[in-house]
Design a protein around this ligand. Structure first.
Ligand SMILES: NC(=O)c1ccc[n+]([C@@H]2O[C@H](COP(=O)([O-])OP(=O)(O)OC[C@H]3O[C@@H](n4cnc5c(N)ncnc54)[C@H](OP(=O)(O)O)[C@@H]3O)[C@@H](O)[C@H]2O)c1
Length: 303
């Protein structure tokens, strides 16, 4: 397939480009800068110049392709709601080029989008609406395309890690470095699920190749290797790495310590990938787990 890949120059995209090419696909990657275009060319991909805000460039890339994977997202959290709504528009532009065809579209969401207190979130759980959680816009956009006959599916990501980046934990490290303490809330029993970068990339490929066949669209997949890593364990690993004290904070104190990350820091969102493994034959095999990656993280090398 010729696969149009947005976010091809990012953390996950950089792992997905070689994954797709080595499986025999051709990649048309979205690049908004000369540096991004050079990176993609060197990785063996074709380049579609454009921007998330330039909906025509997204529509064109999708129209020229046999399938689309959408990873790009503006991670400026000071404009989070606007960025989530821009993601809705981007998905709509990509999907509108696929209406009336069997060409697949894979969009990105998060396992934290599911509210499932006291149990593991599953693929069959619906995401929170965008009125409650802004990023719900991404799954709503996919659902709207499914209702128009597009073979759209959703990959929900947990914290994706290697030794360089670790999802939201990367931001928690920066905060702990700045504040001189690594914090968790209460007893730190709340959990974040996780997956290694090398396991996340093949799941996107499988979702593209085999996904959403059952109902013509609407499938959800969870890229989860570790169902829930405790926040206390994460805070301890950060404390070890930075050689700073580890402290428990009340929810009120946490808002001051974590800033914008405070919204996420107290969330208990363990998730399962059992249905994904069953439906796509995906198996997370890459080691190490998130704590082990943190224990060897590049963030801590300098200090
Ligand atoms: N990493 C995680 O742990 C995690 C967890 C949950 C969900 N996710 C989601 O997974 C997806 C990929 O994440 P990631 O970690 O790979 O993100 P990333 O490293 O920040 O990469 C973001 C990508 O989006 C592109 N992008 C940003 N703004 C753009 C714009 N205005 N126009 C065109 N391209 C733009 C970037 O291009 P440039 O290279 O030009 O900047 C880059 O390719 C995102 O939807 C993210 O929210 C990630």
């Amino acid at each position: 397939m010729r696969v149009f890949l947005t976010g091809a120059t990012g953390f996950i995209g950089s792992a997905l480009v070689p994954e797709l090419i080595s499986a025999g696909h051709q990649v048309l990657g979205l690049a908004r800068s000369d540096a991004g275009a050079r990176f993609l060319t060197e990785a063996g991909a074709l380049v579609q110049r454009g921007d998330l805000e330039d909906l025509e460039s997204l529509h064109m890339g999708a129209a020229m392709s046999d399938g689309v994977i959408h990873l790009a997202f503006n991670h400026d959290f000071s404009k989070y709601i606007a960025n989530c709504e821009a993601d809705r528009q981007a998905i709509e532009a990509l999907g509108s080029a696929l209406v009336g065809s069997d060409r697949p579209l894979v969009v990105t969401s998060g396992t934290g989008m599911v509210y499932a207190p006291g149990r593991l979130a599953t693929e069959d759980d619906l995401a929170a609406p965008s009125s409650a959680v802004p990023r719900g816009a991404s799954e709503e956009a996919a659902d709207s395309l499914v209702s128009r006959g597009v073979r759209a599916s959703v990959v929900r990501l947990p914290q994706v890690h290697d030794r360089v980046k670790h999802g939201l934990v990367t931001f928690a490290i920066a905060i702990a470095r700045e504040k001189g303490v690594s914090a968790y809330i209460g007893e730190g029993l709340n959990r974040w699920p996780a997956v290694h970068l090398r396991d996340a990339a093949p799941l996107y490929r499988l979702a593209l190749e085999k996904g959403a066949r059952e109902k013509g669209g609407g499938a959800r997949y969870h890229a989860v290797a570790e169902e829930g890593v405790g926040m206390r364990e994460i805070a301890d690993a950060i404390g070890r790495g930075l050689k700073v004290p580890v402290v428990s904070l009340s929810p009120e104190e946490a808002a001051g310590h974590f800033g914008w990350l405070g919204v996420f820091a107290g969330i208990d969102s363990p998730a399962s990938s059992a249905l994904t493994q069953q439906r796509l034959g995906w198996r997370p095999t890459a080691q190490p787990g998130m704590i082990s990656d943190l224990d060897h993280a590049r963030d801590f090398e300098a200090g």
